[in-house]
Design a protein around this ligand. Structure first.
Ligand SMILES: [Ca+2]
Length: 353
């Protein structure tokens, strides 16, 4: 479009110059304005692309406009679930209505070792602050397309969950401002505790005023050499603010990207505009290259993480039955013992006669 404007106009301008000099001046001014505007816009896009390594964009793992056939055509790389609808401008996981659940899941198992995921999302609604909910989740997990209580997806998941929590369930805590973005690594037994806004299993997080924002809101998840960094850009500054940085994170490959959301008594529109996956090129030492692959996600040297796993050993119900059966067992043993003893005594008495 830009090229055609600059190409076709000099000839026309030449003709106009002789007959309508005033009109020409106006025309040149308009053209200059247009040219400057185009330059600024192009410059911004180029800067953005450079920063986020456009050359490594992996389209097969990305969700971006135009969403042609998204979730419907057999060639689509994504599946839709629940209340999710696709419009030309966004993928809406839930509308601003009560008790809705929606998700979008990649169909292709993810196999890259070093990567960056940039999520452009929008959360907005009629509710006043803290009278809205519940938020949305970005996933990289083993299981896909499963309903559940964690922002519309299953609990006890295996893999990575990034939560944009817009409602303070543990409202008496007052230790943080919502919306709050947090990271959790699930190993299949860890449980996301909604009533405590995920505090027991949180690896890191930050406040991000991403709801009803007048700016575009973004999340960036970077995973390289077992280091997971979460960044946010929600206040229109076009720069990333660090939100969480966790080392020693071991993630298996073959998992699926997804996004999900749920509303309850309180609601919001939860929209995904894009999820762009970039492959990162990273130099590795031979040892780093030979690193064995894990089958269950874990975090090295993280006491909390290991304690949580071990605590899952015995539930209250299991403990009750263990004690009950132990007592019953001892009782039976005592009765048998008494019977044997009395029989032995009887025999002994008989031998004396
Ligand atoms: Ca919450």
């Amino acid at each position: 479009m830009v090229a055609s404007v600059t190409k076709s106009n000099p000839a026309r301008l030449g003709n106009i110059h002789f007959s309508f000099p005033m009109f020409l001046l106006k025309y040149v001014r308009q053209l200059t304005c247009l040219f400057v505007a185009v330059c600024i816009l192009t410059g911004q896009t180029l800067a953005e692309d450079g920063e986020f390594m456009e050359e490594f964009l992996k389209r097969e793992y990305s969700l971006a406009k135009p969403y042609r056939g998204l979730g419907f055509s057999s060639s689509s790389q994504w599946d839709l679930m629940g209340t999710t609808v696709v419009t030309p401008d966004y993928v809406r996981l839930t509308p601003d209505q009560q008790s809705r659940q929606g998700a979008v899941w990649s169909r292709i198992p993810f196999i890259l070792r070093d990567w960056e995921l940039k999520v452009h999302f929008k959360i907005y609604g009629q509710g006043k602050k803290n009278l809205n909910g519940d938020g949305l989740a970005i996933w990289l997990t083993r299981d896909r397309m499963q309903n559940g209580p964690v922002y519309g997806s299953k609990n006890h998941f295996l893999g990575l969950g990034i939560f944009v929590d817009t409602y303070p369930n543990a409202d008496k805590t007052h230790d943080r401002t919502f919306p709050y973005v947090s990271v959790m690594l699930g190993n299949g037994t860890l449980s996301y505790d909604h009533e405590r806004d995920g505090r027991p299993t949180e690896l890191g997080g930050c406040t991000a005023m991403a709801r009803n924002a007048i700016y575009d809101t973004f999340l960036l998840v970077r995973y390289t050499k077992n280091r997971l960094t979460l960044m946010v850009d929600v206040d229109g500054k076009q720069e990333w603010r660090e939100c969480a940085d966790i080392t020693g994170v071991r993630l298996p490959t073959g998992y699926f990207f997804g996004a999900s959301s749920a509303t309850g008594d309180l609601s919001d529109n939860h929209d995904i505009i894009s999820m762009k996956l970039y492959q990162l090129t990273v130099d590795r030492t031979p040892e780093e290259d030979d690193e064995e692959e894990v089958t269950i996600p874990r975090v090295d040297n993280m006491q909390q993480f290991h304690v949580e796993v071990e605590e899952e050993g015995m539930s209250g119900v299991q403990l009750f039955f263990t004690i009950l059966f132990s007592i019953l067992g001892l009782g039976v043993l005592a009765v048998v013992g008494l019977m044997l003893y009395s029989r032995w005594k009887e025999n002994k008495r008989k031998r004396f006669y």
